[in-house]
Design a protein around this ligand. Structure first.
Ligand code: HEC
Ligand code: HEC
Ligand code: HEC
Length: 372
């Protein structure tokens, strides 16, 4: 007997699957269906108006994910397809995997109302097993109980990073180099800030922590992809080393702790998870002050210019988020113009000048010290 493993979650859908199972015996498979947005959008639920009820309308109006399938129907996507030899990008898993994940859901798991045109729908981030949908409105259940029933927990920074990074960091190199798809740079805190929230943020959400946990998760993803041969593009090794540098520098200066393993190991994943738990409120400022002192490392001629360029790219995104999370927002604003200059010095990888960047970083450090 062949055992077929799909996704075993107790649910109302139980049936034998003759085409998947060996002939001697049939196995009863319990398959959880992936449901479409419509399942969440009835007027009594997220489709109506009111605090949580308006979720669907707000999402459709404002969230970039609601447009992600439509993006595949644009002339720009068609040109990417032409360059890549993909006749129809709206139907190719090379694109729908991230832009319309409903298209790649196996037939046995498709809910009746699942629509490819929804793009990245509610289920992509929240999971949609019918088991938790039925119970998640019960007022007597708390968040933890809903999570136990199958709702994806998006509250801890580590869990949220894992949900988003799936589509926002690793991309097949030919899509970028031949298709001219934007390179993907995962940065959790900035992305959360950029997404129009359809939720009330978790109490005590710490942007600096989210930034760091996100970078640790991005480092793990980049390393795993490179190790598995999924990213052999020019610069992949330098991008991974740049992330390693950033995570090491920050980790050592904060409660997250020193990093003495490589990103391909299980320790890297455990570290990202633990960083989300051990990070303290004061760590954002410690990280900011530490990273502001890095100018000397951009003058280190042993590090290639390409790696320096990727370090700079990640560093300025981090400084931006750390400043934004700083409790003393008003005083931090004094560093704003120094940061703008850093951003322009890091903007272009091919034109990157480590010396110029180091000089700008010196300026940022001074502005930061003065704003103390
Ligand atoms: C199933 C894949 C998928 C997941 C999961 C996902 N995204 Fe996206 N995201 C996309 C795609 C595709 C786009 C591009 C949309 C477009 O313009 O067509 C996008 C665009 C965005 C954008 C706007 C462009 C940008 O990069 O600034 C933000 C912000 C964003 N996502 C944040 C998030 C956050 C935060 C999470 C996790 C809570 C998340 N995404 C999870 C696929 C995904
Ligand atoms: C690994 C996930 C992933 C895959 C696979 C993917 N995309 Fe994207 N795509 C994204 C994300 C995330 C964004 C938003 C990036 C950003 O704004 O920085 C995006 C952005 C785009 C944009 C630009 C939107 C804009 O406003 O700038 C186009 C066009 C696009 N994708 C088309 C495609 C096509 C065509 C394919 C297949 C050949 C494809 N994508 C495959 C994740 C993906
Ligand atoms: C790109 C990822 C993403 C997509 C797509 C998405 N959400 Fe969310 N959603 C989040 C995040 C992140 C949170 C905040 C974490 C939390 O509150 O649990 C959240 C929170 C919520 C909350 C608040 C939960 C609470 O306990 O406060 C509701 C309700 C919700 N989403 C409904 C929806 C619906 C309905 C859709 C589809 C129209 C949807 N979401 C699509 C990421 C997403």
């Amino acid at each position: 007997m062949r055992i077929v493993k799909i996704l075993f979650v107790a649910s109302s859908f139980c049936w034998p699957l003759p085409d998947l199972v060996g002939t001697e015996e049939s196995v009863e498979l319990v398959v959880s269906k992936v449901l479409g947005n419509q399942s969440c959008a009835t007027s009594g639920c997220h489709g109506g108006s009111g605090p949580l009820h308006g979720t669907m309308a707000k999402f459709n109006r404002e969230d970039p994910h609601a447009r992600s399938f439509a993006t595949l129907a644009t002339p720009r996507s068609a040109r990417m397809g032409e360059a890549l030899g993909i006749a129809d990008v709206t139907a190719s898993p090379s694109c729908t995997a991230c832009h319309a994940p409903a298209a790649v859901v196996p037939a046995v798991m498709r809910g009746e109302d699942l629509r490819v045109a929804e793009g990245v729908g509610c289920a992509s981030c929240h999971d949609s097993s019918d088991t938790w949908l039925r119970s998640h409105t019960r007022p007597d259940l708390d968040h933890a109980q809903k999570v136990a029933a199958g709702m994806r927990d998006l509250r801890p920074a580590y869990a949220r990073a894992n949900a988003c990074v799936a589509c926002h960091q690793v991309i097949a190199p030919n899509l970028v180099y031949t298709g001219r798809h934007p390179r993907l740079i995962f940065e959790l805190d900035g992305m959360i800030a950029a997404e129009p929230p359809h939720w009330r943020e978790v109490q005590g959400w710490d942007g600096a922590k989210a930034w760091f946990v996100g970078q640790a998760v991005a480092w793990r993803e980049a390393a795993v992809a490179r190790n598995a041969g999924r990213d052999d593009s020019v610069g992949a090794a330098e991008r991974e080393r740049a992330l390693a540098w950033l995570v090491r520098r920050t980790g050592g200066a904060t409660s997250a702790g020193r990093v003495d393993f490589d990103a391909k190991s299980a320790e890297a994943d455990a570290y990202a998870r633990k960083a989300g738990e051990s990070w303290q409120a004061a760590d954002g400022e410690k990280a900011l002050r530490e990273l502001a002192t890095c100018a000397g490392e951009f003058r280190d001629s042993k590090v290639t210019r390409l790696e320096q360029a990727y370090r700079a790219e990640r560093l300025v995104l981090g400084l931006d988020r750390l400043l934004a999370a700083w409790p003393e927002r008003v005083r931090a604003a004094a560093c704003g113009s120094a940061l703008t200059q850093l951003f322009s010095a890091a903007q272009s990888v091919p034109d990157f000048s480590p010396e110029e960047f180091a000089a700008q970083l010196d300026g940022f450090e001074i502005a930061l010290t003065e704003s103390k």
